[in-house]
Design a protein around this ligand. Structure first.
Ligand SMILES: Cc1cc2nc3c(=O)[nH]c(=O)nc-3n(C[C@H](O)[C@H](O)[C@H](O)COP(=O)(O)OP(=O)(O)OC[C@H]3O[C@@H](n4cnc5c(N)ncnc54)[C@H](O)[C@@H]3O)c2cc1C
Ligand code: FES
Ligand code: FES
Length: 494
């Protein structure tokens, strides 16, 4: 997708005055910011313009968590990476930074106190980010078990303290009532401020050379898309955010999908689960967990909580990355995407969606409205295996998703889809054909390496060699055979 990008420089559009202000609540106080580029990152704005320098910049690419702040739009507080988030995205939301945890001169917030008491900080660079991730964890009222805490903190790196005392601090604050913020938030829709101010086309911010559209309906979204086929279409920004934070790009026109009501829907009719194109991983997770537990376990390994709180399934499909985690799952499930434009809607099977490396059938005026995932029947199994160098917060070297039906010990049907094995996420057609109709036993898998080598010619890159990828791909299918034969492997689902 091409984008109309205004280069930063002497006429840096970040300095352009916006006709309309960006409204949000910062640490309990209502703000209406003019003179801010809607594609400036929240981290840059906090540090450079609000002079709130408690929020740190480590990697500026979503990996370290030093920039973590809490964001709320009506529901619970969510931890997000402010280095990937743009000012346009926080319009109508509440933002809490480490400075907002306690009023100046007041006693430490219980989270900060717990970090002090457990010796959970040394150089302190990572500490504001940890404190905000812990704040969101406490706000969610979650269990204080190790697995939940490790998951909640997986997006935060610490170079010097070691994680044990930080985990201990997190255990101490689990379930605490977060004390009131610096100033009480104005009520939703309160006088002079509305959390979702009504705007033309559901919200439009204009700056000199920059426009950030926030439509609220699908009709407005596709009308804007037809009008601006070269505009940047932005969902959570966990992929595109790097172009703002590292690339310093300022696209002339951005169209956000995040507030479009139809793209936020999740529905199940007993035969399929349908997830709107702008539903975040966090919101989709309980539904995916219930329908496809192994897929749910995979979603918990996509990035970190900070990434999943903004990132979407629609955005993953939008990237069409050969190492995107959800796409092999959708291929193996025989899922389809609904593409919408002013010309109408069309449903495209995932198998027909990819046309080449990071290329799809999506036309310039189309958006992904929803993704339809057929539910497996009782006799069918669906399993996902992700192989990456680290368990958390890492991109896959190889990802395999298998949809299997056995009949009398024979393979009645098999869809074996892989990521990381080709320029596109792809099914192993030759391997599937060779196995269908045969007993699903170790002997049937002898030729596996040769079969997979006809299906895939994987790349050598920094994540893995081609030979490693082929070996892993074969071993994951062997693992499926062992697990489906009931052999106890003492391994996690992934
Ligand atoms: C630290 C970090 C860790 C990550 N870990 C993983 C991981 O483990 N696994 C993984 O798969 N990915 C990972 N990612 C990549 C990213 O988080 C995912 O691809 C995510 O799903 C992108 O969703 P988004 O909503 O943020 O997309 P965006 O960045 O907003 O958009 C991505 C692309 O999709 C397009 N798009 C978005 N919505 C639509 C729509 N409705 N219709 C048409 N096009 C659309 C956009 O135009 C853009 O081209 C990681 C990223 C970071 C920064
Ligand atoms: S600065 Fe590292 S995640 Fe944002
Ligand atoms: S205390 Fe130094 S990075 Fe965590």
């Amino acid at each position: 997708m091409s984008n109309a990008v205004s280069p930063a420089g002497p006429s840096d559009p970040r300095k352009a005055l916006r006709a309309e202000a960006i409204h949000f609540i910062l640490n309990g106080s209502a703000r209406a910011e003019t003179g801010v580029s809607p594609t400036m990152t929240v981290l840059d704005w906090l540090r450079e313009q609000a002079r709130l320098t408690g929020t740190k910049e480590g990697c500026a690419e979503g990996d370290c968590g030093a920039c973590t702040v809490a964001l709320r739009r009506g529901g619970r507080w969510l931890a997000v990476n402010s280095c990937l988030l743009t000012m346009g995205q926080i319009d109508g939301a509440e933002l809490l930074t480490v400075e907002g945890l306690t009023p100046p001169g007041a006693a430490l917030h219980p989270i900060q106190q717990a970090l002090v008491e457990t010796d959970g900080t040394q150089c302190g660079f990572c500490t504001p980010g940890f404190a905000m991730a812990m704040f969101a964890f406490a706000d969610g009222g979650e269990a204080a078990d190790d697995a939940t805490i490790h998951e909640a903190l997986a997006g935060n790196l610490c170079r010097c303290t070691g994680y044990r005392p930080i985990v201990e601090a997190c255990k101490r604050i689990a379930g605490i009532e977060n004390p009131p913020l610096t100033q009480p938030s104005p009520p939703k829709g309160g006088e002079g401020f509305s959390l979702l101010p009504p705007r033309p086309l559901g919200g439009e911010g204009r700056g000199e050379g920059e426009v950030f559209h926030t439509p609220h309906t699908l009709a407005d979204l596709i009308a804007l898309r037809a009008q601006h086929p070269d505009a940047m279409l932005l969902a959570g920004g966990t992929d595109l955010g790097l172009r703002f934070s590292k690339g310093r790009e300022h696209p002339a026109i951005v169209i956000s999908t995040a507030q479009v009501a139809e793209l936020q829907r999740i529905a199940s009719d007993g035969t399929a689960l349908t997830i709107g194109g702008a539903v975040t991983y966090t919101d989709a997770l309980p539904h995916i967990d219930a329908a496809f537990p192994s897929f749910g376990a995979l979603v918990r390994r996509i990035g970190s909580r900070q990434i999943r709180n903004l990132g979407t399934l629609g955005g993953n499909l939008g990237t069409a990355s050969p190492i995107g985690d959800t796409m092999p799952c959708l291929l193996a499930l025989d899922a389809s995407v609904r593409l919408a434009s002013m010309r109408g809607v069309r449903d495209v099977l995932l198998a027909d969606y990819f046309t080449g490396y990071r290329q799809t059938v999506l036309a310039a005026d189309e958006v992904i409205e929803s993704i339809r995932l057929p539910l497996p029947r009782d006799s069918e199994g669906f399993v996902v295996y992700k192989v990456s160098k680290r368990f958390d917060q890492d991109i896959s070297a190889v990802l395999a998703a298998f949809h299997l039906r056995l009949d009398g010990g024979k393979v009645a049907s098999l869809r074996a889809a892989y990521g990381g094995m080709a320029g596109v996420p792809k099914r192993a057609g030759a391997t599937e054909a060779a196995l269908i109709g045969r007993p699903f036993a170790a002997e049937a898998l002898h030729d596996l390496d040769g079969l997979l080598a006809t299906d895939f010619r994987p790349l050598d890159d920094m994540r893995a060699s081609a030979a490693y990828r082929l070996r892993v791909a074969a071993n994951l299918l062997r693992r499926l055979q062992l697990e489906s034969s009931g052999m106890p492997l003492h391994l996690e689902a992934l």
